[in-house]
Ligand binder design. Sequence first.
Ligand SMILES: [Mn+2]
Length: 175
Amino acid sequence: MSPQHPEQVVLLDNDANPIGVAGKVEVHTTDTALHLAFSCHVYNALGQVLVTRRALSKLTWPGVWTNSFCGHPAPDEAMDDAIRRRAEFELGITIDSLEIVLPDFRYRAVDATGIVENEVCPVFRAVTSDVVTPNPAEVAEFAWVAPEALHDAAAAAPYAFSPWLGWQLSQLAAI
Ligand SMILES: [Mn+2]
């Protein structure tokens, strides 16, 4: 499905129940309300995982290396549909398989300009066989890396990656 214009996000109460909607741009402030999102870690047939560098034009965490892609399901949009939509939009790929790996992941983080992310953000593992063709409005650079190397890099230099990626890798290593 195509995203709504302007994009909207689903607001949540502290127990992750939907309580309303808000504009995606308006909701991300220095006092961001809790809302629904997702993170996806994309693997290729070699078992490498895709890391991406956020575009320098993005409002939050510009230029930061992070997991393959993230997004916000629109109101009434199924999570799977939102993930497939963002995979195509950000990376030009289709998803061959998709599984949830951290269903209860939730985080709050503050970027260098003071903008807050505050999300219930289930984490998914996807596999693609496509060539990545990044959307320059979203992704400045990308790399396919060994999962162990990414884990070690993020553990050694957490400041060089998005905070949510570091927390996700820690939780994934514990299961
Ligand atoms: Mn968000």
